[in-house]
Design a binder for this molecule. Structure first.
Ligand code: ZN
Length: 483
């Protein structure tokens, strides 16, 4: 077995692109912050999950095993706000938890549907925060024992003055930070304005858990530290999220985990940029707010969104537009048509085999090299795709001049499979439809051979109605493509 290809990523900790050297050779541990499930994911959220799927598929296609943990945040301020509002007061704690679970179960299912529709690979672990409260409590106790956490009126806070490296990820100026305004939105009693909450004392109208500090619930940041440490361990290769999570969420995760462990928790932090819609910030009030369902209702295919997002470099702001989606659909059609051409339909293939030639095979090898060089360099997906599209242009022209041989077509198809393992947008078409098309093409060929032009035209029209366009080529072969 060959060793996996080395891939480099931009590390937010160092602000530099560097090779990812996994802690266990050949295995990547990956933690990605999952959704807070109180509503549908919007396309800004989906941009992050699609970039992470590209990241994960690139490691898989490069020969690594990937252990991926993506949490589901199912207890949090907004979840409590939305799930408790219709409960009769006073309500027992069990009813509060049940109402919270009903809301989060509903939107967790919707979220998993979105992932499936977008062909995002399921994570190895999908822990729900509410199932890890004992681990969160133990982590907070460990921080207390180290003098990094303190309790005030039933809540527990992190003492950031106790951790010299606080601010390392967001590259904060500690002096500026002290003078600065709010660094966390939680409003509770604490020693220093920058200290953040680990455990929140319960308030009227909220579901609660018992804890050493009384009834309360975990803060958001502690959830990811506890689940990540429990499922992926004390050292993790890659942790990822959107840029909006760098501060305070990921900075606080580092403080919690490293404060407890006493060593580096995550080697590489990878953050994806945000998204604009037609040049504007996406907002419900601006009327430019979209979920995947909104796009599907407009007749847009999920893979067009997938391709639009993944063809943009993950560290660049994506300007989402309907024009861009249309361009993606055209690009995808081009790859599929090319794949179809390379798959052939059983008609005679080129006679190139009798000639000694290396050109098409060489072009595939070059494109493959360029494709992987680009991905290995901080996941440069636009450049990787450029290598593929240049190959398509070249080989279409070559195939027009002189048909590719079966062996050459197979080399191209293998490369298309390899690129599809990363981008998941040009799979094999359904076999049964292809078989039906092949039968009709054969009927037409027989009609033409019998000089039954009326029948040949009739079959051509029948295929056209199925969205299949035939192309009679100069060398006598017939190819077809979808319109
Ligand atoms: Zn997180």
């Amino acid at each position: 077995m060959t060793s996996p290809r080395t891939l480099s990523l931009h590390n937010t900790l160092t602000r530099a692109v560097a090779p990812v050297v996994p802690l266990v050779p050949g295995v990547i541990s990956l933690y990605t912050c999952g959704p807070t499930v109180y509503n549908f994911a919007h396309i800004g959220n989906l941009k992050t999950y699609l970039f992470q799927d590209l990241l994960k598929r690139t490691f898989l296609a490069a020969g690594y095993e990937v252990r991926h943990c993506m949490n589901i945040t199912d207890v949090e301020d907004k979840i409590i706000r939305d799930s408790q509002k219709d409960l009769p007061e006073p309500a027992p704690n069990e009813a509060r938890h049940a109402a919270m679970k009903a809301l989060t179960d509903r939107y967790t299912a919707c979220f998993l549907e979105d992932l499936a529709a977008l062909d995002i690979l399921p994570p190895t672990y999908t822990p729900k925060a509410t199932a890890y409260v004992p681990q969160m409590i133990r982590l907070i106790q460990a921080l207390e024992a180290k003098g990094l956490a303190y309790a005030r009126e039933g809540s527990v806070y992190y003492r950031i003055a106790g951790l010299p490296q606080y601010g390392c990820l967001a590259h904060l100026d500690r002096d500026g930070m002290k003078a600065g305004a709010s660094v966390d939105t939680d409003e509770y009693e604490r020693d220093a304005a920058q200290d953040f909450v680990l455990w929140k004392a319960t308030k009227p109208g909220e579901p609660w858990w018992d804890s050493p500090w009384g009834q309360g619930r975990p803060g958001w940041h502690i959830e990811c530290s506890a689940m990540g440490m429990e499922l992926l361990g004390d050292r993790i290769d890659i942790h990822s999220g959107g840029v909006d999570l760098v501060f305070p969420h990921h900075e606080n995760e580092i403080a919690q985990s490293e404060g407890c462990l006493g060593h580096t928790w995550v080697n590489t932090w990878v953050h994806g940029e945000f998204l604009l819609v037609e040049g504007e910030k996406m907002a419900k009030s601006a009327g430019n707010f979209y979920t995947l369902r909104d796009l599907l209702d407009k007749g847009i295919r999920a893979e067009a969104l997938r391709f639009t997002i993944q063809s943009n470099h993950y560290r660049k702001v994506l300007n989402f537009s309907f024009e861009g989606l249309k361009a993606s659909e055209n690009a995808l059609r081009r790859v599929r048509t090319f794949r179809k051409r390379m798959e052939g339909d059983g008609a005679a293939f080129g006679q190139g085999a009798w000639k000694e030639r290396t050109e098409p095979a060489q072009r595939v090898a070059e494109a493959r090299e360029a494709f992987w060089d680009a991905l290995a360099d901080d996941l440069n997906s636009p450049e990787a795709l450029a290598a593929l599209f240049t190959l398509i242009t070249d080989l279409n022209a070559h195939d027009d001049r002189e048909a590719l041989t079966r062996a050459e077509r197979d080399a191209v198809l293998a490369f298309l499979d390899e690129t599809n393992a990363v981008f998941a947008c040009w799979p094999h078409e359904a076999e049964d439809l292809d078989a039906g098309v092949a039968v009709l093409i054969e009927q037409r060929r027989a009609a033409k051979a019998a000089r039954n032009w009326a029948e040949a035209d009739r079959v051509r029209d029948e295929l056209k109605a199925m969205g299949i366009l035939l192309e009679d080529r100069k060398d006598g072969t017939i190819t077809w493509r979808r319109t």
